[in-house]
Write a protein that binds this ligand. Structure first.
Ligand code: SF4
Ligand code: SF4
Length: 253
């Protein structure tokens, strides 16, 4: 059966020469410096707001950079090299990226215009030879980490934008908002570890099931583990965290 999520990501990847600027972390800042809310501002705002309802699913369904890494993962199947000290890097980069956005937004409040096509007047992001060269540099740079360090290494160690939906996920958990979550009927688990093999984020899903701790901030709610589990232990459901925890406790009694 065709994996519809992967198909969607491949289409988004093919469209990247058109959409690159709308996903650009740089164009937001350039736009705000020139008192413009560019298309990328709204795309990453969508990522932040969506995380209150669907956690980090933006990473598994919308992000073309994730799609790029997925393609490498499928081609070379290299396990992730776990490097503890590198895990904080994406948050440092995230703060360095978000700080100017907040400062420029505050400075320009009431004095900005909206232009989704800012620096993309032809609608297509890569519309000349120089931009094509820049496109290949970006793609190559994004490919280096997964090629050297395995599955979705750029998501784990580099992506500054992940600070947005990690923050949103923390907020929704604190506020106990009903949202998309990974749930498990732990008692049905046979510990076959097929879920671990399927997880694109290299999570130890079987251990998460055993410990009833399914709300890892690295989970992008892709559902690959749910499909891989032949015992139907894992499901994605919309529910509040409290309900989820209550169900986990009653399953343990
Ligand atoms: S695939 Fe299912 S049964 Fe196997 S370890 Fe994972 S949750 Fe348990
Ligand atoms: S734990 Fe499951 S839903 Fe979460 S990232 Fe891994 S495979 Fe996807």
């Amino acid at each position: 059966m065709i994996n519809k999520r992967r198909l969607l990501l491949f289409i988004l990847l093919l469209l990247l020469p058109v959409t690159l600027n709308y996903f650009s972390p740089y164009i937001i800042i350039d736009g705000l410096a020139n008192k413009v809310l560019a298309g990328a501002f709204f795309v990453w705002l969508l990522m932040l707001v969506s995380s209150l309802f669907v956690g980090r699913a933006f990473c598994s369904y919308i992000c073309p950079y994730g799609a790029l890494q997925m393609s490498v993962d499928l081609a070379i199947k290299k396990p992730l090299k776990q490097v503890r000290w590198m895990r904080g890097m994406r948050y440092v980069l995230g703060i360095l990226w978000v700080a100017p956005i907040i400062i420029l937004t505050a400075l320009n409040i009431g004095n900005v215009r909206i232009n989704p096509l800012y620096l993309t007047e032809s609608f297509v992001s890569v519309d000349n030879i120089y931009k094509l060269m820049g496109y290949y540099i970006i793609v190559f740079a994004l490919l280096i980490l997964p090629l050297l360090m395995g599955k979705r290494a750029s998501c784990h160690y580099l992506c500054p934008m992940s600070i947005l939906n990690v923050t949103g996920t923390k907020v929704k958990n604190m506020m106990n908002l009903p949202s998309l979550r990974l749930t498990a009927e732990s008692e049905k688990c046979t510990n076959c570890k097929q879920c671990n093999k399927a997880c694109p984020m290299s999570l130890n899903v079987a251990e998460m099931v055993k410990q009833n701790k399914l709300d890892s901030l690295d989970c992008i709610l892709c559902g690959e583990c749910c499909s891989a589990c032949k015992s139907s232990v894992l499901k994605r459901k919309v529910e509040s965290r409290n309900k989820h925890i209550k169900e986990q406790i009653s399953a343990q009694i």
